[in-house]
Design a protein around this ligand. Structure first.
Ligand SMILES: [Zn+2]
Length: 285
């Protein structure tokens, strides 16, 4: 999305809304988000009520974008700045929005990316919640008191595409086990611990905060094959270094963001992000 096209889109709140609604309703055909009924009653304030189940909704109800009280123009600006990888503090400065509002909006964009990834269900099964409705929070472990070991993501690259998927059956404890018993090399970048090649994966990655707490050993091995690889790893290294404070809870969000950015590097990332943001929040339980 070149800047001149973006400029035309945000020229008014009306044009920005029109762009967003194009992603919400195919051919402007509205339906009830709960039961898919098409016969709806128009209410005040642009709301509609379903003739079958009585659900009252507006155009963004149940969608990722229904977070905070941002205008359509503000949302499009936030997506653009996210696309350009502008730092959160700079976005706050440039938009005049509060830090909290910007933080929540960016977390929502990342959540929408995660929800559209192939292993979204596996991530949720690992104890993470996508949240729902107004109470949606950034991805959070459902029982933080239990301090469960974070998941392990395996990086697999093929024909210019990367798959950064959760590896079923492994968690941060497995990385320690492989290191101790099979001399699997490990190194770290910020809070991320990563390994040498493992089976079909170029590297395994997990959040190091948990490891630091439970297994205070260093991850300083040299000569990991992934460090001399091309493609996804050099692309991610720079970015991972910036994610210094990444927590257990937010770690999958960043991995999925990197996977998405890398795979979208030749495409119109902006339109794809808006499409994700305008999608319904799936109920992955
Ligand atoms: Zn309905």
């Amino acid at each position: 999305m070149p800047l001149n096209a973006f400029n035309n889109m945000i020229v008014s709140e009306q044009s920005a809304q029109k762009y967003l609604l194009g992603f919400c309703w195919k051919n402007h055909q509205r339906f009830c988000p709960r039961c898919k009924q098409r016969k709806l009653y128009r209410l005040k304030n642009d709301k509609r009520r379903c003739s079958r189940c009585g659900y009252t909704f507006h155009d963004f109800s149940g969608r990722f974008i229904n977070t905070g009280k941002l205008t359509a123009v503000q949302w499009l600006w936030l997506v653009k700045l996210f696309e350009l990888e502008v730092a959160t503090s700079k976005i706050v400065e440039q938009t005049g929005l509060s830090h909290n509002t910007v933080f929540k909006a960016l977390a929502t964009i990342r959540l929408a990316i995660l929800a559209h990834s192939l292993d979204a269900q596996l991530i949720v099964d690992h104890g993470y919640s996508l949240g729902f409705g107004n109470k949606r929070t950034p991805l959070s472990a459902t029982d933080p008191d239990k301090d469960p070991p974070p998941p392990v993501f395996g990086i697999f690259e093929h024909a210019g595409w990367v798959f950064a998927d959760i590896v079923p059956g492994l968690d941060a404890e497995s990385v320690v086990h492989f290191k101790r018993n099979f001399q699997l090399k490990t190194a770290s970048l910020g809070n991320i611990v990563y390994t040498d090649r493992y089976q079909q994966y170029a590297t395994l990655m997990t959040c190091g905060l948990y490891l630091r707490k439970h297994h205070p050993q260093k991850h300083l091995d040299r000569g990991l094959s992934v460090d001399s690889s091309k493609g996804f790893w050099p692309y991610s290294r720079e970015r991972l270094k910036r994610y210094k404070g990444v927590s257990n809870e937010r770690f999958p969000l960043y991995i999925k963001e990197l996977e998405f950015r890398y795979n979208s590097r030749q495409q119109d990332m902006f339109a794809q992000l808006v499409e994700y943001l305008c999608a319904f929040v799936p109920n992955l339980g």
